[in-house]
Ligand binder design. Sequence first.
Ligand SMILES: O=C(O)C(=O)CO
Length: 333
Amino acid sequence: MRPKVAVLFKMKSGPLKELERYTDVEILLYPSVEELGEKIAEFDGIIVSPLNPIPREVIEKAERLKVISCHSAGYDHVDVKAATERGIYVTKVSGWLSEAVAEFAVGLMIALLRKIPHTDRFIRAGEWKSHRVVWSRFKEIETVYGKTVGILGMGAIGKAIARRVKALGTEVVYWSRSRKPDIEEDVGARYLPLEEVLQRADIIVLALPATPETYHIINEERLKLMEGKYLVNIGRGTLVDEKAVVRALKEGKLKGYATDVFEREPVTKHELFGMEWTTVLTPHYAGLSKEAMEDMGFQAVRNLLAVLRGEVPKDLVNREVLKVRPPEEVKML
Ligand SMILES: O=C(O)C(=O)CO
């Protein structure tokens, strides 16, 4: 019997065709938790985007499910603990996506320090009446060149950011769950305790996954160590206590905040919206590029098929699942 697989978002046609070669595919576009709960027992695998929450209540009804393949680097929308308990493999993607997100992080950093969105608004508002007005209005602009960049999280995305900012003429310091000798050798990145990274760096970049341990990792206390610094977030909104960030910006302690992610998404109203001078805000699309989406689709399909073939997929999130249900027990292909 061919495995039955559901795709819960609009995946690119190339990867979809590849998936259809080996499985019977149903497209269920962005089902509610209730709708998915009613259907989930039919599937051997699902491919999900970050906009598809997969909570415990869905996983508990997933009688046949063997794999949840995330079409993203983040997997906080999936209850991984519940999946592991049921022997369901959870996978993520990296590759092109990491490069796309890292490139975006650098874009945000440059936009924030060089005030590019601000000057764009300025010129469109017809305010460029003289060069003098430009020089006086934007005289506080700073370069990224010459700064120390502190990266929190040195996974694939953190490393891709480190390589890029090094090329911009910065020093790189980092904190991560474990030391990464490869990036230390490649770009001379220095590993430091978290608090020291916050103190040493001029620009702090958040490239961590959202987990219970990283929730509000940038809080009131830590913001006190970041006076006069810039913060860039391409990880997840929950990495920062947004209320504390707003306060630090209002009090002129934090110099600027550029973020692609928010504690609640999507968002149509936020205190940060009114803080035009000190923030750059984008709608969680750092990974969104034509090339990355295609590559992510193929990776997500490969990961899903690997599990159904009884192999250990490259980007397995929950390695503990191997003890709960070994690969040969999920093999269908
Ligand atoms: O892949 C992810 O998790 C992203 O959020 C990309 O921006």
